[in-house]
Ligand binder design. Structure first.
Ligand SMILES: [Zn+2]
Length: 347
C-alpha cells in the first residue's frame, strides 16, 4: 500500500531553544533514516506553508498576525505574551516559530488533498501533531493546531465522519475540547492521569472518549482497553478518515511521562485502524527521547507501508542511530533495532 510521506526541510535546523525539550532534527531524522532504509511503497512530497486563509480555518486572525510579527521581529510585546501565551519558556520566540508550524499545517492540508483526490489512502506527516494549540493561544509547544485545522478542512470538503485517536502521553486538549460536541467527529485520547494539562478526566460517550491511565501503563493494558472499550465504538462510527496522533512520549524511556508502552503498541494501533478506516493520516506529536521517537515513527511508517521486512538495519542505518547526540547515553538496542523488545503482540 502506498504511503505519502509529507515533509519539509524547514524542520532540519529549526530549534525551539538550546534547553527546550523538543530536540533538533527529530523530524529530519525520520526523513533521513527512511531514505537510508529505502521503503518501496513510500512516495515523498514536500509540504508548502499553510496560507493565512488556511490557518484561519481554525485560528483567529489576530493570533495568526501576532505569531507572524513575533517571528519577524524576534520579540513579543508583554501584552501579546500574556494574550497569546507566546514568548514563554514552553512556547518561545525562535527563528522559524511561525513558518515551522504553518508548514506542519500545510502538510496536513496537502495530505487531506491527496486523500480527497483519491491519490493516496495513507498519509504520514511526522512534523504535524500539535494537539494542545488553541484557536487564539499557543500551549505546550504547540502554536498552530494543525490537527484541528485539518479536521475542519476535511469537513469543509464533505468528509462527514472523522475519527481522531491520540495516544500521546498528554491529553490532546486542543483537539478534544474543541470537537467535544461534534457528532460527526469521534475523538479519543488515551493519556497519563494528572499529567499536564491535567484536564483529561474520564469520559466515555459515543463521540468522545477521554481515557486517563495510571503510571506504568503497558502494552497489555493498552491492547485490552483498545479491544474492549474503543475498537467497537470506531467500528460503529464508520469513519471515512482516521487521524492518528502518535506522540512518542507515551513510550517507555521517554522522560516526560511515566507510561511504559513500547513501539509495538503503535504498530498494533495502525494495524487495527487499517481494518477500521479506508483513509489514515499518521502524524507525530510529543516524543523527547530522540532514539525512542525516531524508532517509533519509522516503525509507524513501515507499518503503514506494509514494509516491516525492511526494518533490519544495515550498517548505514545503525551508524545513523549511533551518530545521534543527546544528553543521555542510548541503550544498545536503540542503536541496532527499530522494534522494541519484548514484543508482547503476535500480530
Ligand atoms: Zn505529549
Amino acid at each position: 500500500m502506498n504511503v505519502a510521506f509529507i515533509y519539509n526541510d524547514i524542520y532540519r535546523n529549526s530549534l525551539f531553544g538550546e534547553n527546550h525539550p523538543i530536540t533538533e532534527k527529530r523530524i529530519s531524522n525520520v526523513y533521513d533514516l527512511s531514505k537510508i532504509i529505502g521503503f518501496k511503497n513510500v512516495k515523498y512530497y514536500k509540504s508548502s506553508i499553510a496560507s493565512v486563509k488556511e490557518l484561519s480555518i481554525f485560528h483567529d486572525k489576530d493570533y495568526i498576525t501576532a505569531l507572524y510579527q513575533a517571528e519577524k521581529k524576534q520579540k513579543v510585546t508583554l501584552e501579546n505574551m500574556k494574550k497569546f501565551n507566546i514568548g514563554t519558556t514552553s512556547n518561545p520566540i525562535f527563528k522559524e516559530m511561525y513558518r515551522r508550524h504553518a508548514v506542519a499545517t500545510g502538510s496536513l492540508i496537502l495530505g487531506s488533498d491527496l486523500i480527497l483526490n483519491k491519490k493516496f489512502n495513507y498519509i504520514f506527516s511526522p512534523g504535524s501533531g500539535a494537539h494542545h494549540g488553541k484557536k487564539n493561544k499557543a500551549s505546550g509547544f504547540c502554536y498552530f493546531n494543525d490537527i484541528a485545522t485539518c479536521i475542519l478542512y476535511l469537513k469543509k470538503n464533505n468528509i462527514k465522519k472523522i475519527v481522531y485517536f491520540d495516544m500521546d502521553a498528554h491529553y490532546g486538549d486542543g483537539v478534544m475540547e474543541y470537537f467535544k460536541f461534534s457528532e460527526d467527529i469521534l475523538t479519543i485520547s488515551i493519556h497519563q492521569k494528572n499529567l499536564w494539562p491535567r484536564n483529561g478526566d474520564y469520559f466515555y460517550e459515543d463521540n468522545f472518549i477521554s481515557f486517563p491511565v495510571e503510571e506504568g501503563f503497558n502494552d497489555t493494558k493498552f491492547k485490552d482497553i483498545f479491544e474492549k472499550k474503543i475498537e467497537m465504538k470506531i467500528k460503529q462510527f464508520k469513519p471515512e478518515v482516521a487521524i492518528l496522533q502518535m506522540g512518542a512520549d507515551c513510550l517507555i524511556d521517554d522522560h516526560m511521562s511515566k507510561l511504559c508502552l513500547t513501539n509495538n503498541s503503535m504498530k498494533f494501533t495502525i494495524e487495527k485502524f487499517k481494518n477500521l478506516s479506508k483513509n489514515i493520516i499518521v502524524m507525530g506529536g510529543g516524543g523527547y527521547n530522540p532514539w525512542i521517537t525516531l524508532r517509533a515513527w519509522i516503525y509507524n511508517l513501515a507499518t503503514l507501508a506494509n514494509e516491516d521486512s525492511k526494518l533490519n538495519l544495515n550498517s548505514k542505518g545503525k551508524d545513523f542511530l549511533k551518530n545521534i547526540k543527546w544528553k543521555k547515553k542510548p541503550k544498545q538496542n536503540w542503536l541496532n533495532e527499530i522494534t522494541d523488545l519484548p514484543n508482547i503482540f503476535s500480530l
